[in-house]
Design a protein around this ligand. Structure first.
Ligand code: GLV
Ligand code: GLV
Length: 325
């Protein structure tokens, strides 16, 4: 009999096609993209499966792995982020884990640049003014923002995505790229001419600060009161990584008291962010509903990669992109 697989979401067609046409698995699907599978249903469905294909709304923790039982050999997530996975619990059970880096780098970098410009040039405020009668006349300092030309751009966590963002920003005549990470990454940094600095210097020097790190115990709320207090009053803060990297109360304080100029966030805690959240009341905060990788091409590529990782893992072969545990 074929290995059994549960897919926690109606993922884009390319991945489903690969699973279907492989003839290699029997799979069951949570047949909706609009609501995540309820936890109770998920715990039922994973019983005795050999593989699990999930998205980032599912917590893959000890409880879920216990519910699945010893048959579970492979978890494949359709995401580059892995903070929803209890890596220690997976490792303990010898489960192989696939994820989807690289295929989303271009889409995430494009969205990050779009969000950065939207935030720094106040585009959401501007369209709102234009259509609601605020456009009284052309004014000399009205809706002024900050430009990339001659600026210093800071990258917190330099990986593939940080490099791709810097490559796209360089033609805007950025003066200097700086970055921090747990250790210098000279090979990556040399491709974008970025200088390694401390977190302290990153906060102090950046005109634009982009978060490009994974959420781990080390990066949790690394952007807090202390960091914001060192930033320039004219600086722009951009987060397309994970909401948990930021202390949101401290960010609200920094934005509402003018400690920093503006923030653009594609990720928050929680997601969705309740519409009553104070951050939504701020004109200098642009909030997107976690769409950085949301292009048709990229989401289909992520779906296909997650499916292929799963099939390879179930055959006991190396996955295309396997997370080292
Ligand atoms: C999106 O946030 C991802 O991790 O792929
Ligand atoms: C702006 O439209 C200008 O003419 O300076």
């Amino acid at each position: 009999t074929l290995p059994r697989v549960y897919v926690t979401r109606q993922i884009p067609p390319e991945g489903l096609k690969i699973l279907r046409e492989s003839g290699q698995v029997q799979f069951e699907l949570w047949d909706s993209d609009d609501v995540p599978v309820p936890r109770k249903e998920l715990l039922e469905k994973v019983k005795g499966v050999d593989g699990l294909l999930c998205v980032l709304t599912e917590k893959i923790d000890a409880e879920l792995l216990e519910a699945a039982g010893p048959s579970l050999k492979v978890v494949s997530t359709m995401s580059v982020g892995f903070d929803h996975l209890s890596l220690e619990e997976l490792k303990k059970r010898g489960i192989h884990v696939g994820y989807t880096p690289d295929v989303l780098t271009d889409a995430v970098a494009e969205l990050t640049v779009a969000l950065l410009l939207t935030t720094s040039r106040r585009l959401i405020e501007a369209t709102h003014e234009a259509k609601t009668g605020g456009w009284g006349t052309w004014r000399t300092l009205w809706l002024c923002g900050y430009e990339l030309a001659n600026s210093t751009v800071g990258i917190l966590g330099l990986g593939r995505i940080g490099v791709a963002i810097a490559e796209r920003l360089a033609p805007f005549k950025v003066k200097k790229f700086i970055y921090t990470d747990v250790a210098p990454r000279p090979e990556l940094a040399s491709t974008i001419n970025a200088e390694y600095v401390s977190l302290d210097q990153l906060a102090k020097q950046s005109d634009f600060l982009a978060l490009c790190c994974a959420l781990t115990p080390e990066t949790k709320e690394i952007c807090n009161k202390d960091l914001f207090s060192k930033m320039k009053k004219t600086s722009i803060f951009i987060n397309t990584s994970r909401g948990g990297v930021v202390n949101q109360e401290d960010l609200y304080e920094a934005l509402s008291t003018g400690q920093i100029a503006a923030a653009g966030l594609d990720v928050t805690v929680p997601e969705p962010l309740p519409t009553s959240h104070p951050l939504f009341t701020l004109k200098n905060c642009v909030i997107l509903p976690h769409i950085a990788s949301a292009s048709y091409t990229t989401r289909n590529a992520m779906s296909a990669l997650a499916a292929n990782n799963l099939l390879l893992g179930l055959r006991g072969e190396p996955m295309i992109k396997e997370l080292k545990l």
